[in-house]
Design a protein around this ligand. Structure first.
Ligand SMILES: NC(=O)c1ccc[n+]([C@@H]2O[C@H](COP(=O)([O-])OP(=O)(O)OC[C@H]3O[C@@H](n4cnc5c(N)ncnc54)[C@H](OP(=O)(O)O)[C@@H]3O)[C@@H](O)[C@H]2O)c1
Length: 319
């Protein structure tokens, strides 16, 4: 395909009348996606943990697009209380949602736990989004054609879901391992959600994406062991040189959220070398990420640990 035929934000039709909620929209890929969707006329809700940063991001968007329809909702994905409060806040204001973009993420954090005692990376990246999606599902199900977009990563390929010790309580913590595990969880979740939405006969789809390598503030955290310090330092040196812009990194997300050609269960990433950069296209994924047994186990564990049971389950049992 020649460059002029590649999909870009210019291909997005008018989004007036649509409502999107983007987690972590104050920075990087989430901010770029929020800016484009607002420019196209959508009402964009920036669900962020830091109000000052969110208001700054909204001011930046309004500088370029003075008529942008924007709203801030407070959300800390590292706290189930905060996730519940934000979902309730949203549902008190709206009964429908066109697009939920599960974008927020942390990478390579030193060992730590969320408020609920989950290892931080899988706690924020997966369990927080699992709970949020389940709580907002009633609003998504009411809107025919609604979409749930979950941001995974090339790093899912190195990930392994260790259900015997998801939180590294009985094995040595590795920040790269923990990040890979969390991003595998994002992809497995997105696909299992699609299977369940589909079997329940809903008109909502779930799609997974990854942004390749994008120059954002992700992975700013320092670490302990010499080897992982070398890996992190190399990444910090190379990403600004080799990484694509946040807007380019946001294209798979924007494509998944708006393009007609997208189908439930798709996994979209950049089409360039090693899927590190480029334009939206089907992305490669590991066999593990497609394993239905892993998916079912992750779902059960996620419902148990978050206490969020998806509403369509009670309407139709999933085999
Ligand atoms: N950049 C890449 O090359 C790359 C590659 C693969 C995948 N990804 C994925 O892309 C997504 C976006 O990352 P990015 O590159 O745009 O990084 P970023 O610029 O650091 O943005 C991450 C966003 O997530 C928010 N966040 C972090 N912890 C949160 C929490 N507990 N509750 C609510 N929000 C929280 C951050 O808020 P604060 O500003 O308050 O910290 C920030 O808004 C992530 O899921 C990441 O894993 C990125």
């Amino acid at each position: 395909m020649s460059n002029k035929n590649k999909w870009s934000e210019d291909n997005i039709p008018n989004q007036a009348g649509k409502r999107f909620l983007i987690t972590g929209a104050n920075s990087g890929i989430g901010l770029a996606a929020a800016k484009v969707l607002a420019a196209k006329g959508a009402h964009v809700i920036l669900a962020c943990r830091n109000e000052t940063k969110a208001l700054q991001a909204m001011a930046t968007i309004r500088q370029a697009h003075p008529k942008a329809s924007l709203q801030f909702l407070a959300l800390d994905l590292g706290s189930l209380d905060s996730v519940r409060a934000m979902a309730q806040d949203f549902l008190e204001q709206y009964d429908r949602l066109d697009g939920l973009i599960n974008n927020a993420g942390v990478m390579w954090l030193p060992k730590g736990t969320t408020r609920d005692g989950f290892e931080s990376q899988i706690g924020i990246n997966h369990f927080g989004h699992f709970a949020l999606t389940g709580l907002l599902l009633p609003a998504l199900l009411k809107q025919p054609g609604s979409r749930i977009v979950t941001v995974s990563s090339i790093a899912h390929r190195a990930g392994n879901l260790n259900f015997d010790d998801l939180f590294f309580e009985r094995r040595a913590y590795g920040k790269h391992k923990a990040y890979g595990q969390s991003k595998l969880a994002n992809l497995v979740f997105a696909r299992e959600l699609e299977r369940r939405l589909n079997r329940a006969g809903t008109q909502t789809i779930s799609v997974a994406v990854h942004p390749g390598v994008s120059n954002t503030s992700l992975g700013q955290y320092r670490t302990e062991t010499p080897t992982s310090r070398i890996v992190s330092s190399l990444a910090h040196l190379l990403t600004p040189v080799l990484g694509q812009s946040a807007l380019k990194g946001a294209l798979p997300t924007l494509y998944a959220a708006t393009a007609d050609a997208v189908q439930g269960g798709d996994y979209i990433g950049p089409d360039g070398f090693y899927e590190a950069f480029g334009s939206p296209a089907p992305a490669a994924s590991t066999r593990r990420s497609r394993n239905p047994e892993i998916a079912r186990t992750l779902w059960e564990v996620s419902e148990q640990l978050t206490g969020v049971v998806y509403p369509f389950e009670s309407q139709q049992a999933v085999a």
